[in-house]
Design a protein around this ligand. Structure first.
Ligand code: NAD
Length: 279
């Protein structure tokens, strides 16, 4: 029996499952089987990207699962080299081919690349893709408020999500607040801080007291705050463990104690400094 996964409404009414399966660093060869493992554990949402080079494996798992297409939520992201309008459109065509799908549920600009300065051009391409029906929702990733302000001023569609680094050691409060004020759902990437936060004594204490694992406690903290999460694991037991977070609740005191762990510590690049277009 799977405990069902709640959904969160996006600003266009599309519902996104609050828990998904992250695929960054899953090898192209292992992706199909691991995504199928995740489906078996109850996940119905998969987060991939052109940059991860594993869209094909995700698509193979969707096909092999036998699940109805409308029960699965698939996100992919535009790679950094394709912010020019025509490049973005053809890169999206390749995404659909790799995934072997007629549409994705969500398509994001992966990084704003402010030094390149073409993210509003890319956003225009995503708006065309959205209007064509081949993405049920569009959004951004790693956008700071100043990047979002330009998209809101120059675009016609408000991004449905902003996918940013967020975990107990990196609360990303300014971005989370900006998103909330503009009806943009915050998706938390590296929700476990790539595993680094799991030995934190506060998390270990709360895990002991609730009879859960530190990973489950952290993921539960995210979902109780309304974040969308997609932890990654290549270990079947952990994939299942990370999905068992909907049958317990953290107290207000535990929630506050985890929120107080914020020490402004990123595991990944700062959005203003990530400027690589070679991947
Ligand atoms: P994560 O926070 O999900 O951590 C993953 C790591 O945590 C694993 O490799 C493993 O070492 C450990 N782990 C996972 N489950 C565990 C468990 N139950 N017990 C103990 N250890 C466990 O990190 P992530 O993969 O960087 O982020 C999740 C997903 O977010 C990615 O796979 C990707 O889909 C997305 N992401 C997006 C961006 C972006 O720029 N948009 C950047 C990074 C990640």
């Amino acid at each position: 029996m799977h405990t069902s996964i709640p959904t969160v409404p996006l600003n266009n009414g599309v519902q996104i499952p609050q828990l998904g399966f992250g695929t960054y660093k899953l090898s192209p060869e292992s992706t199909r089987d691991l995504v199928l493992t995740a489906f078996d554990a109850g996940y119905r949402h998969v987060d991939t990207a052109q940059m991860y080079r594993n869209e094909r494996g995700v698509g193979e798992a969707v096909a092999a699962s036998g699940l109805p297409r409308d029960e699965i939520f698939v996100t992919s992201k535009l790679n950094n080299a394709y912010h020019a309008h025509d490049d973005a459109l053809s890169a999206f065509d390749r995404t659909l081919e790799e995934l072997h799908l007629e549409h994705v549920d969500l398509f994001l600009i992966h990084w704003p690349l402010p030094a390149l300065g073409r993210y509003t051009e890319a956003w225009g391409a995503l708006e065309e893709i959205y209007r064509s029906g081949r993405a049920r929702a569009i959004g951004v990733s790693n956008f700071q408020p100043q990047h979002l302000r330009r998209v809101l001023a120059e675009g016609t569609v408000v991004p449905a999500v902003n996918q940013v680094e967020l975990h107990p050691w990196f609360g990303n409060t300014e971005v989370r607040t900006f998103d909330a004020e503009h009806g943009i759902v915050t998706e938390a990437w590296s929700p476990l801080g790539r595993g680094s936060v799991l030995a934190d004594p506060t998390l270990v204490r709360i895990a002991d007291e609730t009879g859960r694992t530190p990973a489950q406690v952290v993921l539960r903290w995210h979902v109780q705050r309304g974040n969308v999460v997609f932890p990654k694991s290549a270990t079947p037991a952990r994939i299942a463990e990370n999905a068992r977070i909907f049958d317990f609740e953290l107290s207000d005191a535990d929630m506050a104690a985890i929120t107080a762990l914020d020490r402004d510590e990123r595991t990944g690049s700062h959005p203003d400094e990530e400027n690589r277009t070679d991947r």
